[in-house]
Design a binder for this molecule. Structure first.
Ligand SMILES: C[S@@+](CC[C@H](N)C(=O)[O-])C[C@H]1O[C@@H](n2cnc3c(N)ncnc32)[C@H](O)[C@@H]1O
Length: 346
């Protein structure tokens, strides 16, 4: 640029930016009207005209550049214009409570479903002595992962990241359903062989070796829908679809050969116990078992909690997922609790 070029005029801030660019007053809460160092809460500046006329502000005083009055030396801003932190919090809480009261009245069923269910799930997590609660960020291979797959249930992506991070070569899923997990895990692990088991097309729930519960009846998926997510995909050639009742299926060909077993078939205690016995037999020396619905299903919760003390290594429950994990690999790096590093899961 030549020295004769005029400097560009300063850009006018957009209205929102301008609002922030304008001088603001500190909302004060200390006795002397000052905030302790490092704990600054900003409140928007009041224009001079909006300042209440109190005895302390009646007489003509000096003003700041933005038109607001300077407080005489030794004076604090009048209480009526001071927005203390407590006031702001109280007002916000009142707003939230008022909104909630309206929401509770109008959407009772939804509240029961979400709030009570989630609260109960969290309580159950703390009630399980033998299972270690961990955050996703405590699993380095999950925390750093970039995955591709179905987001209707992000747990599929966590599983795919575990498979990759642990260098798995074989994956066995009990309970295929549409096949979204099988496909997601295969898609992100190009070397992986996938086996996935579900009931045969003509199967009836009443014909299974062990009973099903209501949730299982809703998810019972024999027929063409089973495995539709991977059918005709590039990954399909690495996915073997198996058909049978998991309580009577012969798992022996995979004994000691599976690096990651995902148990997500029927969720009654008896089925989960039978599937877990088979999973333990299929496990490779560096293998891992993931149980779906640990936090949400009583049958899985009971079985996993009972099993945990008898194993040589801990079972971990990953917050933000429904999964409990047992592994022959060290995949967790514990970190001190830090509520900034932990986001709400609901
Ligand atoms: C919750 S779904 C599985 C979801 C699937 N894993 C996914 O991530 O998308 C449960 C599946 O288990 C199957 N299932 C139920 N009882 C079974 C049994 N006894 N043996 C094999 N599969 C069973 C159901 O047909 C259903 O497709």
């Amino acid at each position: 640029m030549s020295s004769g070029t005029r400097p560009a005029p300063a850009r006018q801030p957009a209205s929102a930016e301008r609002a922030f660019a304008e001088p603001v007053h500190l909302a004060v809460s200390g006795e002397d009207g000052q905030l302790p160092a490092g704990r600054h809460r900003l409140a928007p500046a009041l224009p001079a005209a909006a300042m209440p006329r109190t005895s302390s502000t009646k007489s003509p005083t000096q003003t700041h550049a933005n038109g607001t009055r300077k407080m005489p030396k030794g004076c604090t801003r009048p209480t009526s214009v001071r927005m203390t932190r407590r006031t702001i919090t109280r007002r916000r809480s009142r707003g939230v409570l008022r909104g909630s009261a309206r929401g509770v009245a109008e959407r009772r069923a939804e509240l029961r479903h979400h709030v009570l269910r989630d609260a109960w799930t969290v309580v159950k997590r703390f009630g399980a002595q033998g299972v270690v609660n961990i955050e996703k960020r405590e699993i380095p291979c999950v925390n750093e992962a970039v995955m591709e797959g179905y987001l209707d249930d992000h747990q599929r992506l966590v599983l795919a990241a575990l498979a990759r991070g642990m260098g798995c070569r074989t994956f066995f899923e009990i309970g295929t359903n549409r096949g979204r997990t099988s496909w997601t895990v295969a898609r992100n692990n190009p070397e992986l062989e996938v086996y996935t088991l579900d009931v045969p097309a003509q199967a009836e729930a009443s014909g299974l070796a062990l009973g099903l519960q209501t949730d299982d009846l809703e998810a019972f998926r024999p027929g063409p829908v089973c495995g539709e997510a991977f059918r005709d995909t590039a990954e399909a050639r690495r996915i073997t679809q198996l058909l049978g009742d998991s309580a009577t299926f012969d798992f022996s060909p995979w004994a000691g050969a599976i690096d990651l077993v995902y148990i997500d078939g029927a969720h009654t205690y008896d089925y989960v116990r039978s599937d877990t016995d088979n999973a333990l037999r299929m496990l490779s020396p560096t293998g891992t078992i993931a149980w779906d619905d640990y936090g949400s299903n009583p049958g899985v919760y009971r079985l996993v909690n009972e099993l945990a003390p008898s194993l040589d290594r801990p079972i971990h429950h990953i917050f933000g997922t429904r999964m409990a994990i047992y592994s022959n690999c060290d995949f967790v790096v514990r970190r001190p609790f830090d509520h900034h590093g932990s986001l709400p899961t609901v």
